[in-house]
Ligand binder design. Structure first.
Ligand SMILES: Cc1cc2nc3c(=O)[nH]c(=O)nc-3n(C[C@H](O)[C@H](O)[C@H](O)COP(=O)(O)OP(=O)(O)OC[C@H]3O[C@@H](n4cnc5c(N)ncnc54)[C@H](O)[C@@H]3O)c2cc1C
Length: 488
């Protein structure tokens, strides 16, 4: 009798393990990111399938997609409401810390070969894992013996944007029109397709003009108006939202040439955690002896008011940096720039069939910026665009496929970052994907466990670094038996 019960229990356990394992493999496969070798950017396009493509917005996503779409379109026109002066002028977030995680930077290098060297030559910095000091609730990261990780690329947003813009501007079939503000979409008679845009120019701000295009691509960022314009034409784009109310304040310092204080770390993050600290400190050495220090808060918690208060947060774990600021070896170049964002939004364009239209970059989805993923997720979506047009050419079916592929590719980043946010008690969410409500509590436990164990577990810290970089195969390493055991 006892033996029978034991056998039944064992059988149940095995069935559960097999079903759970198969489900995990299915989900991980479905949302697996493309490996670098699988990217299509270097494959030859035999025949251009788009006539004119108009891109709205000439910042990061506008530039990445202009480069990719120039492969498939006879002509690409980028409409930007501001003027490109120094990489800062039209990017509101340009005064804040920007890092390029490994996968994103490598993807960019496939799209614009040689760009990494160009950005490094302009002064961008690679920081290896040795020079990174991360501080979690339970202490700082362990030192890793194995140095196989991609380095972190850090530079001002202006440097990144200028470098990319110079390369894209050199592509012959791309035209930039600056001082052009897009005011609406032009639809076909039956509203089935987007056929162009209306816009005004700086010269004639009162005159609304029309520009026709075979494909309209919205890259106007997180303040995009296209969901509203589409709603006016009868399209309802569902939206998942996670509001954690992130506040940012950044300070830019410059190290004096004769600085004698040795700073043993070049990049630091002191993390927030749900059980108390709702504040993140992030700093990095940038080009030209600049150091940027950003303090950001969750759930609307007040920002530090001045450098004195900021130093109080730096001192306990980064005393050398605090000392260099206190003794004047680092001078303040740009004082307290602030930024506010509610959190994450995913516009579910994969649920709506709209001919002649795509939304990419932050206009498609954006997250709490403290995770530093925005540029990389913009590139992930660009990779989907290129892959589908290369395989199938341009058609409305291709657009539907791009929206679906992008959803699968961005889902992982969306889940990880918004789930990290949802561990904070005052974060609110309205999710379109109902199964997320089931998966999230599990993910929350896993993340909290992982964060707390990292200071004492090299394996989990390694997994975390792979995840941060969205390295090829990063999910699989996380669910390996060794990592699971360490988490338990
Ligand atoms: C504070 C902060 C820090 C961040 N840190 C990082 C980081 O470390 N790493 C990272 O990868 N990402 C980071 N991000 C995210 C990253 O900046 C964004 O994901 C990225 O800028 C998105 O690019 P985009 O082109 O979609 O949008 P945006 O960069 O916002 O550009 C939108 C463009 O559209 C133009 N535009 C808007 N409306 C119109 C119109 N009607 N007509 C014509 N033009 C228009 C705007 O002028 C602008 O140039 C951060 C974001 C913030 C806010």
């Amino acid at each position: 009798m006892v033996l029978t019960i034991l056998l039944i229990l064992l059988g149940c356990f095995l069935v559960f393990a097999i079903v759970f394992g198969a489900l995990t493999v299915y989900v991980l496969k479905k949302y697996e990111l493309p490996t670098l070798d699988a990217l299509s950017f270097n494959q030859k396009v035999e025949k251009k399938s788009i006539g004119t493509c108009v891109i709205l917005g000439g910042s990061a996503a506008g530039l990445f997609n202009a480069a990719a779409l120039a492969r498939h379109a006879e002509k690409v026109i980028v409409l930007e409401r501001k003027h490109f002066v120094d990489g800062k002028s039209h990017v509101p977030q340009a005064y804040h810390l920007h890092g390029f995680i490994g996968k994103g930077l490598q993807m960019l290098n496939r799209l614009l070969p040689g760009i990494i060297d160009e950005l490094l030559n302009k002064g961008g910095k690679f920081h290896s894992v040795d020079s990174v000091k991360l501080v979690f609730r339970t202490g700082p990261n362990p030192q890793l013996k194995d140095k196989k990780f991609l380095p972190f690329f850090m530079a001002s947003r202006a440097l990144i944007q200028t470098g990319v813009r110079q390369r894209v501007a050199a592509i012959p079939n791309i035209e930039f029109r600056e001082g052009y503000t897009v005011k609406g979409l032009v639809f076909s008679d039956t509203n089935e397709r987007v056929e162009g845009v209306t816009y005004t120019t700086e010269k004639d701000p009162e005159i609304k003009q029309t520009m026709r295009a075979d494909l309209v691509v919205d890259c106007t960022g997180l303040m995009t108006h296209t969901p509203k314009w589409l709603a006016e034409a009868g399209y309802n784009v569902p939206k998942s939202e996670v509001d954690t109310h992130v506040k940012y304040c950044s300070y830019l310092f410059r190290a004096k040439p004769d600085m004698s204080t040795e700073i043993p770390y070049k990049l630091g993050v002191r993390y927030a955690y749900p059980q108390g600290r709702k504040r993140i400190l992030i700093f990095s050495e940038l080009e030209d002896r600049h150091w940027i220090i950003t303090s950001s808060t969750y759930n609307n918690v007040e920002l530090f008011k001045n450098v004195e208060e900021l130093l109080g947060d730096i001192r306990p774990y980064y005393p050398e940096l605090a000392k260099a600021i206190e003794n004047g070896e680092m001078e303040l170049v740009v004082d307290r720039k602030t930024h506010y964002t509610p959190g994450g939004v995913y516009n579910h364009f994969e649920r709506v069939q709209i001919g002649g239209f795509l939304a990419l970059g932050d206009a498609l989805c954006h997250f709490n910026p403290t995770y530093g993923q925005g540029l990389t997720t913009a590139l992930l979506a660009t990779s989907g665009v290129d892959e589908v047009f290369l395989k199938k050419g341009y058609s409305d079916e291709s657009l539907a496929e791009i929206n679906q592929i992008n959803y699968n590719r961005l889902k992982f980043a969306w889940l990880m970052s918004t789930q990290s946010d949802m561990r904070f008690d005052k974060t609110t969410a309205s999710l379109q994907i109902k199964w997320e409500y089931v998966v999230r509590p599990m993910l929350a436990r896993m993340l909290t466990r992982m964060f707390d164990k990292m200071p004492s577990s090299e394996k989990l810290y390694e997994d975390f670094i792979h995840l941060m970089h969205m390295d090829d195969g990063c999910f699989w390493s996380l669910v390996s038996p060794k990592s699971t055991m360490e988490m338990i």
